[in-house]
Design a protein. Structure first.
Length: 404
């Protein structure tokens, strides 16, 4: 007979596996595969690439707004209901991309997708996983969020072939079917947003039934420390996005073959998946503050490697530094939120923190490309990213536990 505690622990790890799969088809397909459609859809429909790419900007803007108000939405509707609504809407909205003939139609669907994705990826599982785990929480979060990278790698490979052989319309339809087949069964019948009752919660995590400590979002907003935290995540969102978005064009500018640059970027994505798990394990062992310092050191290594990318040996630094450092936004922030603000109003506080991280990432491409257009090089943008990273380190040192 299976021990009840062991049974409940198995259930907790089942939530991790389900979260990995859900994140893999929501974030991994909708956002990570977007670039596959820019050229073929624009050419087929006669759109400008900038006009079509605006739909991704809309997704991120709505994602950010949902993050800010996620606490209120979860409190009012419940996380489970929000996830079920999103699991039905997202595949339908994604399928409807195949029916669009006007830009405004893509933009409308982008609004729906921007609403759904956070409640099927980072917002949802940053709330769910800590409820199930007291020990090995970092490992569990890292494994869960690894799904977005794995999904992006898998479906970029498959959909890249389908776009060429079948066209973007049928590719949208196939991917929408995949999204539906994964989301609906898992969200409706497998995923539980928390242990079922107080007894089960106590078996999973002895502290789960204790009164929640910490501060509410309203109380956090009155603390200068909280604004240091928000500044930190915004700066990190910007600097890590510099690494994410400039590897391929930077290497191409330095005279390397575009196919080689793409292989380096693919290797970076692979290391990123491993890095999420590794950073989670390190978080469990030495704590979130020390782990963040290690991750920021990795970001600095990646930026230095990219600045000196004319030397091929430095590409190893780009891959390792980027792959380990860029995991902070998904793995460390849930634990940093709990460290600084506690569990009392966790969903609302984390929503705001995640929104500022998304904001930093959203600003980055526009600013870095504007610098490139004016200077003809990414050098100034990379040096600016190093300065902002050092500012982030300073802000991070001032992040303390906020208590009422």
């Amino acid at each position: 007979m299976v021990n009840p505690v062991e049974k409940k622990q198995r259930l907790a790890w089942l939530m991790v596996l389900a979260g990995m799969m859900v994140t893999g088809v929501s974030y991994g397909i909708v956002l990570n595969c977007f670039g596959l459609f820019v050229k073929p859809v624009s050419e087929m429909m006669g759109f400008s690439r900038q006009g079509f790419a605006t739909s991704l900007t809309i997704v991120y803007v709505v994602y950010m707004l949902c993050s800010v108000y996620s606490g209120k939405l979860i409190e009012k509707l419940g996380l489970k209901r929000l996830m079920r609504i999103a699991a039905v809407i997202l595949p339908c909205a994604y399928f409807c991309n195949s029916l669009c003939t006007q830009l405004w139609q893509f933009y409308l669907l982008a609004v729906l997708q921007g609403f759904c994705v956070p409640f099927l990826s980072f917002i949802a599982f940053a709330v769910i996983i800590p409820r199930w785990f007291e020990q090995k929480r970092g490992l569990a979060i890292g494994l869960t969020f690894m799904g977005s990278g794995l999904g992006g790698m898998l479906f970029n490979t498959l959909a890249g072939e389908w776009v060429v052989t079948l066209g973007p319309v049928q590719t949208y339809q196939i991917l929408a079917a995949v999204v539906a087949c994964v989301l609906i069964p898992l969200v409706f019948f497998v995923i539980r947003t928390a242990p079922q009752d107080a007894q089960e919660a106590a078996q999973i995590s002895p502290s789960a039934t204790a009164p929640a400590d910490g501060v509410t979002l309203k109380e956090a907003l009155r603390s200068p420390t909280f604004y240091m935290l928000l500044t930190f995540v915004t700066l990190i969102g910007f600097t890590t996005t510099v690494l994410n978005h400039t590897v391929v064009p930077r290497l191409s500018d330095m005279g390397f073959d575009p196919a080689y640059a793409a292989r380096v970027n693919a290797l970076f994505m692979g290391v990123l998946c491993i890095g999420k798990v590794l950073l989670g394990v390190i978080n469990d062992r030495i704590g979130v503050k020390k782990t963040n310092l290690l991750a920021m050191s990795a970001v600095l290594l990646g930026l230095a490697g990219l600045y000196l990318s004319g030397y091929q040996a430095m590409h190893i630094a780009v891959v390792i530094g980027s792959g380990l450092g860029c995991t902070m936004g998904s793995v460390s922030y849930p634990m940093l939120t709990e460290y600084a603000c506690g569990k009392k109003d966790y969903a609302a506080v984390y929503g705001v923190i995640n929104a500022m991280n998304v904001f930093g990432g959203a600003v980055c491409p526009t600013l870095t490309n504007a610098i490139y257009d004016s200077t003809g090089s990414y050098d100034a943008a990379l040096l600016m990213a190093v300065v902002l990273l050092l500012l982030a380190v300073g802000c991070h040192t001032m992040v303390k536990k906020i208590r009422n």
